[in-house]
Design a protein around this ligand. Structure first.
Ligand SMILES: Nc1ncnc2c1ncn2[C@@H]1O[C@H](COP(=O)(O)OP(=O)(O)OP(=O)(O)O)[C@@H](O)[C@H]1O
Length: 220
């Protein structure tokens, strides 16, 4: 599956946020989006998911324009920046809802074994985030959008999540953004920089310095 996002224009109160974005993601590849605070990364993922309407913008799957919000097609799962599972949902209920196997999860994240019957609001922010990332990655959707999956997550768990992302990419198209640029670069097959409302396809890491996303000398 190839998913393309083309010609996106987004304004808030006449202020241009995105103007001229093109982005392509495909099954078997991880597509990373980098960019400074406020450059429009979350808005772009929301536009792809379909819960934010841009002035213009076209989502195509295998060359066919998608004319309704993508979330209505059951093709996509989306990890927003904020917690999305309700406080008063039990963890085992969330696994059931997403049709994700609890046993496979605790094989990887053993310290979560005692949490099965907990409500979500009894977990730390990072623990909760890890479960949410896992549910979004493992549920049976072919397109996965991940907004800052590494924030608030401890280094060893980040490594486990990166392994999971690599594992899932064989059957999914994954689009990911985070400020932990080293991790994004490490997992991404294709990387875009979102700057001044446009995406720039990054060919060499030095370009991230040239475009002033990173300081000069970062990759020396
Ligand atoms: N509902 C809204 N109304 C007005 N402006 C908004 C709204 N949502 C986002 N913006 C503005 O759009 C811009 C892009 O926001 P967005 O959340 O996409 O940035 P981001 O690249 O994800 O930033 P960060 O990395 O800090 O999360 C910001 O300047 C933000 O203030």
């Amino acid at each position: 599956m190839i998913i393309e996002i083309d010609n996106v224009e987004l304004y808030f109160n006449n202020k241009p946020i995105i103007n001229g974005v093109y982005l392509k993601a495909e099954t078997g590849k991880i597509t990373g989006i980098l960019g400074s605070n406020g450059c429009g990364k979350s808005c772009l993922l929301n536009i792809v998911f379909g819960n934010l309407r841009a002035k213009y913008g076209l989502v195509r799957i295998n060359n066919t324009p998608i004319l309704k919000p993508l979330y209505q097609t059951k093709l996509v799962s989306y990890l927003p920046q904020h917690h999305f599972v309700p406080n008063k949902m039990k963890i085992k209920a969330a696994f059931k809802l997403f049709q994700v196997d609890w046993g496979a999860f605790v094989n990887i994240f053993e310290t979560f074994i005692p949490f099965k019957k907990f409500y979500f609001n009894k977990l730390s922010g990072g623990e909760r985030r890890i479960i949410e990332i896992y549910l979004i990655l493992k549920c049976s959707r072919e397109i996965v959008l991940l907004d800052e999956p590494f924030s608030h997550v401890a280094p060893l768990y980040i490594e486990k999540i990166k392994d999971l992302i690599e594992e899932e990419k064989h059957k999914k198209a994954i689009i990911i953004t985070d400020h932990m640029y080293e991790h994004i670069i490490a997992v991404s097959d294709t990387t875009y920089l979102l700057k001044n409302g446009c995406t720039k396809l990054i060919g060499s890491l030095k370009e991230l310095e040239d475009y002033k996303y990173l300081s000069i000398g970062t990759f020396n």
